[in-house]
Design a protein around this ligand. Structure first.
Ligand SMILES: Cc1ncc(COP(=O)(O)O)c(C=O)c1O
Length: 394
């Protein structure tokens, strides 16, 4: 099937919920992906921050092939080795106590919301103390509850009635946060430390530390959404480690399976045993196939040398973009290999198309930001190649 026919069949058979780029991807190797005609592209998207180890990463391919030949799904009615091993690794690396597996980022966030509400209810039995506070311009997923948790009005159209019990606060506004959290209405504060979908905006460290203290003082659970920032993306295994935080709950997904769908909720001592048998569950959660992938990812990305390399390459990439002499770039921000280049709403789609013409794939975030989420295995030579293409475009 040629590309034009493929597009037509897609149009006829798939709900048109995505604005797809004009490329059909066929396969990849490392940080390079190939379209149907075999044209190569440098991949600065990694499946929106998923292929942490790049494409066709041999140890990962071997592990999931081996596991597929043994057993792919067993259900949570049984003990299986891969998920138990991966949970022990996660707890060791994250310094958390217990893991609940999900299958996506939104589902992991739903798990955190359930734990926060149950924690508050078990302890206070106060129906007025169950609200989840999130930040304006946040993004937490597309399920009916995580949509409401997402602090952007345009996500709140069309799908009424939403679940109740969410409220929002301006990012980096300590005063407003204090007012809200001391009101006795909140079970949890959920936030991304670098707001990804809304434009790659790292939170102010003073705000984040103040939020941690206010959560502790008011017994409100600090819930960090690490779906996009987690698994090495920002140069630490989890971004909260860059901010020196001790969260009560952490969600992750995307990079955890290196391309295989898996999500997880990580709980601290305080929240580890809130959920009891029957309180929560999922058929696919922690299945041996996805967990075997997570084991390879954690063994690789969890290595301090690997993480230091990500941090170094991220800084090099950001410095190189900042050094481009062009009025077109309004701002460059980010952390590790999560980088936003503000070019404005009128330019962003056109710039992405021009980058594709130069053989570089990148993403959009917010209204006018080019977002880079390359595989963490990107080389310095590939960074130079991307920057050379950007010089042409900008
Ligand atoms: C911070 C954050 N939370 C949650 C999600 C939702 O994850 P998923 O699409 O796997 O449900 C995303 C996805 O982009 C995200 O960036």
């Amino acid at each position: 099937m040629d590309f034009e026919t493929l597009k037509q069949v897609e149009h006829e058979n798939l709900m048109q919920t995505y604005g797809r780029f004009d490329v059909a991807l066929d396969h990849g190797d490392g940080c390079v992906v190939y379209d149907l005609e075999g044209n190569p592209y440098l991949d600065l998207t990694s499946g929106i921050g998923v292929n942490a180890l790049g494409h066709n990463y041999k140890p990962l391919v071997e592990a999931i092939s081996r596991q597929a030949g043994k057993m792919m799904q067993a259900s949570n009615l049984f003990y299986t080795k891969p998920m138990i091993e991966a949970a022990a690794k996660l707890n060791k690396l994250a310094k958390t106590k217990k893991v609940f597996y999900a299958n996506s980022g939104a589902e992991a966030n739903e798990g955190m919301i359930k734990i926060a509400r149950k924690y508050s209810w078990d302890k206070y039995q106060d129906p007025e103390r169950l609200t989840i506070l999130t930040l304006k311009n946040s993004f937490h997923g597309r399920t009916i509850a995580t949509l409401e948790a997402t602090g952007q009005d345009h996500f709140h159209a069309n799908f009424f009635p939403f679940t109740q019990g969410f409220d929002y606060v301006e990012a980096n506004n300590i005063e407003e946060l204090n007012e809200k959290l001391s009101s006795g209405k909140y079970a949890g504060l959920m936030m991304e430390l670098v707001q990804g979908e809304s434009g790659v905006r790292p939170l102010d460290p003073a705000f984040v530390k103040a939020a941690e203290k206010l959560c502790q003082d008011n017994d409100v659970l600090l819930m960090i959404d690490e779906v996009q920032t987690g698994i090495g993306r920002t140069g630490a295994l989890f971004c909260y480690q860059n901010y020196d935080l001790s969260p009560d709950l952490v969600s992750c997904a995307k990079g955890l399976g290196g391309g295989v769908p898996i999500g997880a909720v990580l709980a601290s001592e305080k929240t580890a045993d809130v959920l009891k048998a029957g309180d929560h569950g999922t058929t696919f959660g922690g299945n041996p196939l996805a967990a075997s992938a997570a084991n390879v990812v954690l063994d690789t990305v969890g290595d301090p040398e690997f993480l230091a390399d990500v941090a170094g390459k991220g800084q090099y990439f950001m410095d190189s973009i900042k050094a481009i002499d062009s009025d077109h770039i309004q701002d460059v921000r980010g952390m590790g290999l999560m980088i936003g280049i503000e070019v404005g709403p009128d330019a962003v789609l056109d710039d992405l198309a021009k980058l594709r013409a130069q053989g570089v794939l990148a993403l959009k975030a917010g209204k006018g930001t080019i977002r880079l989420l390359p595989p963490l295995t990107l080389s310095k030579a590939q960074i130079d190649q991307a920057v050379a293409a950007m010089k042409e475009v900008f």
